[in-house]
Design a protein. Structure first.
Length: 419
């Protein structure tokens, strides 16, 4: 019996194939970032950020450079599309390109203007693609320029832009998936936009150990695409958060507004007394880390309008106004002023989206689809035109739950504020 069992096991071992198609890790070139630029019709330039194995063994700046080498390698190649460029790039690499860990996709501005439909198909079709990938448009530049720029705090610029986006309050590992969803919904799309930022003040390096500000990557805001997936324009950094808040995707944000230094110290009265005639230099800054959005479609006489309630909770970070924030009525004044300021700003961005972009990146149509699917069937075919004229009523309700460690400033009052 033992010999029979041994014979059966031996027979099975002959038909087991094992991992015949495996690729060892030291035979793969791990792609963290991939970029595409438009050269001419039918010709594109692909750029890849590849991990350098030796540099990745330790973290921080020490890991970013070993013997003067950066923590990443940038390679490029021309091609008719993504796959063709990848094949041409492979001719120069000793390892097989592995896009399974690709975190970010960079699109040059010229390609965005020409249209990105032909470039996005591979990202959704290939089994190696990750739907939860970040996609960025490089405003005023190319993908290759952005990907070739070293970032001192991270070993790879592809990692840096993802972290910068997160610290700006925007969701990460979502923009490509969200873009696909929007393109198949309302027809248009929106993705984060990067820019290469020059130092505000240029300082020369006097010794080899000096570290003056250098050109670096930064978040510009968002790039808006038409239903033909061509670049329509941009929302800047101070407008991008409005769209995130309305869409329920804003995580945190700080706001600064002016407080009137004439009416601020008046006892009693309406809190709105602190809102008129605000002058420069009298500011209050708050940080909000709990945002909510409620979009309500309203149908009357065959017409549709929207009521949007934006809520948030935050605390005072800095007070340079004459207000003594140890008094609850003064905190109320700041709260009223902040709500007014935010409401005015949100309304301006909504009008800009409706009139300039003519594209529902605010996801109002999606709210109709969710709450009134049968009505949406009648609106969907002409929604792009309807969205441009629809009435939107904005209400902002920001609650200040704290004023920091102190209510009244530890500094003496110098400008006639409340004692």
């Amino acid at each position: 019996m033992f010999r029979k069992i041994l014979f059966v096991y031996a027979a099975f071992s002959l038909i087991l194939t094992g991992c015949w198609d495996r690729k060892e890790l030291n035979d793969q070139a791990v792609v963290l970032g991939w970029g595409m630029d438009f050269v001419e019709k039918g010709k594109y330039l692909a750029t890849a950020n590849l991990v350098l194995p030796l540099a990745s063994k330790s973290g921080g700046q020490q890991g970013a450079e070993q013997g003067g080498r950066p923590g990443f390698m940038t390679e490029s190649a021309y091609g008719k599309d993504n796959r063709d460029a990848e094949q041409n790039m492979q001719r120069k690499l000793s390892r097989v390109l592995f896009p399974g860990h690709r975190r970010n996709i960079f699109i040059g501005e010229k390609l965005a203007e020409e249209g990105i439909f032909s470039m996005l198909d591979e990202y959704g079709r290939s089994p190696m693609g990750r739907p939860r990938t970040n996609i960025f448009v490089v405003k005023g530049g190319t993908a290759q320029e952005a990907m070739s720029l070293a970032y001192q705090l991270e070993t790879n610029p592809a990692i840096a832009v993802q972290k910068i986006q997160e610290k700006s309050g925007a969701p990460i590992s979502r923009s490509l998936l969200d873009f696909f969803i929007m393109a198949n919904g309302t027809g248009c799309g929106i993705v984060p936009a990067l820019t290469i930022m020059q130092p505000e003040v240029k300082t020369d390096k006097k010794t080899k150990n000096d570290s003056p500000p250098q050109p670096t990557l930064g978040i510009y805001g968002a790039a808006v695409f038409t239903s033909q997936l061509k670049l329509a324009g941009y929302l800047n950094y101070d407008e991008f958060w409005v769209r995130l808040w309305i869409a329920g995707k804003l995580a945190h944000r700080s706001f600064t507004t002016l407080i009137n230094d004439v009416d601020a110290d008046q006892a009693g009265g309406d809190p709105k007394d602190a809102l008129s005639g605000a002058t420069s230099g009298k500011t209050v800054s708050v940080t909000v880390d709990n945002f909510k959005s409620h979009i309500t479609p309203i149908f009357t006489d065959g017409n549709i309008k929207f009521r949007i309630l934006l809520e948030g909770e935050g605390f005072v970070d800095e007070n340079n106004s004459p207000l003594d924030l140890s008094k609850p009525e003064n905190v109320k004044k700041v709260q009223v002023r902040m709500n007014q300021y935010l409401k005015e700003h949100v309304e301006k961005v909504v009008v800009k989206v409706q009139k300039d972009f003519k594209c529902d990146i605010l996801e109002l149509g999606d709210s109709v689809h969710r709450h009134h699917p049968y009505r949406w069937k009648k609106l969907a075919s002409d929604w792009e035109k309807t969205f441009q004229e629809v009435d939107v009523d904005i209400t902002v309700k920001l609650d200040l739950t704290g004023t920091g460690l102190t209510g009244e400033s530890l500094l003496p009052t110098r400008e006639g504020g409340e004692q």
